[in-house]
Design a protein around this ligand. Sequence first.
Ligand code: ATP
Ligand code: MG
Length: 272
Amino acid sequence: MAKKIAISVPKGGVGKTTTAVNLAAGFAVAEKKTLLIDFDPSGACALSLGFEEENMHGDIFQVFSFTKCIDTVVHKTDLPYLDFIPCKINTFDLEERINRLSRNIYLFSNVLDQQALTEYDFIIIDCPPYMKGLTTIALAAVDSVLIPIRAGQFSVAALKKMFNQIEWVKTNINSELKVEGILLNMYEPRTKAWDLTIKALSKNFREYLFDTVIPKSVSISEAEFYGKPSMLFDVKSKGSIAYLNLTEEILNRNAKPNIYRLGGSRFSNLKG
Ligand code: ATP
Ligand code: MG
């Protein structure tokens, strides 16, 4: 049975897609059979994995609207252990339809329960930067949520909103929903903005922080231009090593450690 993790926070540009793609790639490198599902109408995961319109044959929306079965919209990637389902909602009309469909709160949960997905160890879902509709049905369907944030007061505010939403989902739809962890992304040590952000997080959220932090790294954004996860672009870069460390941390937490420890910055040094 796959562990299902949603990557979500109601704030744009914090690294949800980057984390979804690179964590999914990390699991695949660790030989865990992984499925990445793009759940954001902007469709950014496809670009990050090098898919173009002409080499995509179906998407998650067609599964929701019962025009295709889930196994027919699964795409193979450059990594043998990583499969991908895109999201190609490129008109306002389609976005309206998907929002209407997502009023059925168990729509996605029923999709994920299908026999065709039992082969996976992990299913990663990249959510949009808002809570209503698609994010709610994703949270209804997953085991846990991983919350990436970057420095700033708005990120702290978004985190509070996220935890309120998680409580609501737990009370009303999915009592088993857990927080996988809060991930500090685009981390820059010894900067005022990060010092203040960590101080603001310490009071209520300290226990949820991953040991691993993802540094601000040029190679992470460069890799996107080449349609590759960071570790297939430059495996020795700080960003790739950090995402491999995050993979290892999550595997360890889920009691399935089987990849080698790589060097890199650890947030534990900072937590004191
Ligand atoms: P949206 O809410 O719009 O979907 P998002 O939360 O998914 O945004 P991303 O698209 O993953 O955010 O990242 C936003 C931008 O920040 C991208 O250009 C990405 O390359 C860059 N970025 C993300 N993480 C890092 C990092 N650790 N170092 C450098 N650049 C990064
Ligand atoms: Mg995104």
